[in-house]
Design a protein around this ligand. Structure first.
Ligand SMILES: Nc1ncnc2c1ncn2[C@@H]1O[C@H](COP(=O)(O)OP(=O)(O)OP(=O)(O)O)[C@@H](O)[C@H]1O
Ligand SMILES: [Mg+2]
Length: 360
């Protein structure tokens, strides 16, 4: 009878331990003292499976086993944040701790590895960093922009006056020089406008805004630009594309994104804009996705694309996406860019649907 009770107790304990391993959200892997895999819990299987699906050629398990054997060799607890890049250009962060598995007599029985996918947390931290950086750059830029614009206006006026005076002894080379100077001044002026726009967007007027209509307006502005480059733009709508936003700012967002796509695709490229609705825990959302089959963005450039003045184009100012980022934020949206070099780029923006949320 006693034996039976004890056996039951042991079974219960074992089951309890198994339940803990099964329910814990951390991935847990154990090996024997020679580094041979002993067990992989449910969370580890899911995490590895999910990542294997996305990564194709990266073997995360191999890396984990390496760290385990390192622990076995050195008898040390090792904590690492491992990073992997998946095929979509996202970085996966795993927080991995390996330690020795010790039996009763504190003999070395093997090693245990516990790990968590902290990619979402990392992404959030990076976003906060970016936000901080953009805010301070913005304040700095606004100051400089004002200081540059004033003398610029003076210069332009003087040049125009001089030009008129020079007309009296006409010389065509002088005329070219003058118009060159004026063109350059205009160029700086445009740059400053862009900068001010980024640093201090004018007050928004939030109203019921249909994003499909906004896109239509934007496309009329872009028709020539797209035709010139022989780029086709396809649009697919959704049931309800209404959001509460500033129409002009939405147009500017779309314009900057599509202009980037047009310049990324070679001749005969394709740009697709898809709207969709989704119901989430906190209400209805409208999503706009912009796909292009252009040159894509190099992995090393991905962290920089929202930085003001980051550009890979000879004629670019690098302000387009920083303005987009700011305007999306002001209009309560979220932006995410994914890109594969040589294949294309996807820009996704989510906005709360009209009437779905109260702001301020
Ligand atoms: N759809 C895209 N395809 C490929 N690269 C892109 C795409 N969108 C942005 N980029 C990259 O991000 C960089 C920054 O874009 P951003 O719009 O901020 O500036 P820009 O286009 O270079 O200049 P501007 O928009 O001020 O004329 C680009 O120079 C380019 O390298
Ligand atoms: Mg741009």
């Amino acid at each position: 009878d006693r034996l039976k009770r004890n056996t039951e107790k042991i079974i219960e304990m074992t089951r309890f331990n198994e339940d803990i391993l099964k329910s814990i959200p951390a991935g847990i892997i154990t090996t024997d003292k020679d580094g041979h895999l002993l067990s992989v819990n449910e969370a580890a299987k899911n995490l590895l499976h999910e990542n294997r699906r996305k990564n194709r050629d990266i073997d995360i398990m191999e890396t984990l086993l390496e760290q385990l054997s390192e622990t076995l060799k050195s008898n040390r607890v090792i904590n690492n944040i491992l990073t992997f890049n998946d095929i979509e250009g996202n970085t996966i962060y795993l927080d991995v701790t390996t330690s020795l598995l010790k039996g009763n007599e504190s003999s070395k029985d093997g090693a245990i590895c516990s790990f968590n996918d902290i990619s979402d947390r990392k992404k959030f931290e990076k976003n906060m960093d970016l936000l901080d950086r953009l805010t301070s750059i913005g304040q700095f830029a606004a100051g400089i922009a004002h200081e540059i614009r004033n003398p610029l206006t003076g210069m332009k006026t003087s040049i125009q006056v001089l030009e008129n005076r020079m007309y009296k002894n006409y010389d065509s080379s002088n005329e070219r020089l003058f118009s060159g100077v004026i063109q350059e001044i205009d160029r700086i002026n445009n740059l400053i406008s862009g900068l001010l726009n980024f640093a201090k967007p004018r007050a928004s007027k939030f109203e019921k805004t249909n994003l499909e209509e906004v896109l239509e307006n934007t496309l009329t502005l872009l028709v020539n630009h797209a035709d010139e480059n022989d780029v086709e733009i396809k649009v697919s709508g959704c049931e309800n594309a209404e959001v509460c936003a500033d129409k002009a700012q939405m147009e500017q967002i779309f314009l900057n994104i599509i202009k980037n796509s047009i310049s990324a695709v070679e001749r005969s490229g394709l740009v697709t804009v898809c709207f969709s609705n989704s119901l989430r825990e906190d209400g209805m959302y409208v999503t706009a996705e912009f796909y292009d089959n252009g040159c894509g963005i190099q992995l090393k450039d991905m962290p920089k694309i929202f930085n003001p003045f980051f550009t890979t184009k000879s004629q670019g100012t690098g302000l387009g996406l920083s303005v987009v980022y700011e305007l999306v934020k002001i209009n309560h949206g979220k932006i995410d860019i994914q890109s594969v070099e040589g294949e294309g780029t996807k820009v996704r923006i989510d906005f709360p649907a009209y009437g779905g949320k109260d702001f301020e």
